[in-house]
Design a protein around this ligand. Structure first.
Ligand code: AMP
Length: 151
């Protein structure tokens, strides 16, 4: 099999350990691949903010969330240790943006996390499931222990 050349870590920025970034970085080192870290800000403004024609506060809040996400991803660069790692923040639906990014940037492996807390039938959450069904490339689902992430 050919080596992976561009690995995408879908980073949800949940507090605690980040096994998704860790595994993606280890694989990028192993394969000599490029590594991209992507977080998607999924901000749905409350109705009164969304439809206020004068003060687009929803947009401001979304921009603030995106800035914060950029800063959080930058912090990860310190321990990722893969030269040239790029960070990206998008707004929208995580599964859609992850798949879109993969298509547009010739990603050949997407790394996402799964949670075990709901039992086997629901092991794949909505994001991981959506990515798996629509990805243009391989997908690696990394098990996130309950104590890590938002469990
Ligand atoms: P979920 O299906 O929401 O439980 O999330 C499973 C995995 O999808 C996470 O471990 C991340 O790898 C990815 N993911 C979820 N939300 C986001 C997000 N907002 N941005 C990037 N990746 C995400």
């Amino acid at each position: 099999m050919e080596n992976y050349r561009h690995i995408l870590a879908a980073v949800d920025l949940a507090p605690g350990e980040d096994p998704v970034t860790g595994r993606a970085a280890a694989l990028a080192r192993q394969y000599g691949a490029r590594l991209s870290l992507l977080h998607v800000v999924e901000y749905v403004p409350p109705l009164d903010l969304a439809y206020d024609p004068v003060v687009p506060m929803g947009v401001d809040i979304e921009n603030q969330l995106m800035d914060r996400a950029r800063a959080e991803l930058e912090k990860r660069l310190a321990w990722v240790g893969v030269e040239g790692t790029q960070t990206h923040v998008e707004a929208g639906s995580p599964k859609r943006e992850i798949v879109r990014f993969a298509r547009e940037h010739e990603v050949d492996l997407i790394v996402v996390g799964t949670h075990g807390r709901h039992g086997l039938s629901l092991l794949l959450g909505a994001t991981a499931n959506g990515v798996l069904h629509h990805a243009p490339c391989d997908v690696l689902a990394v098990r996130i222990p309950e104590e890590a992430g938002d469990g």
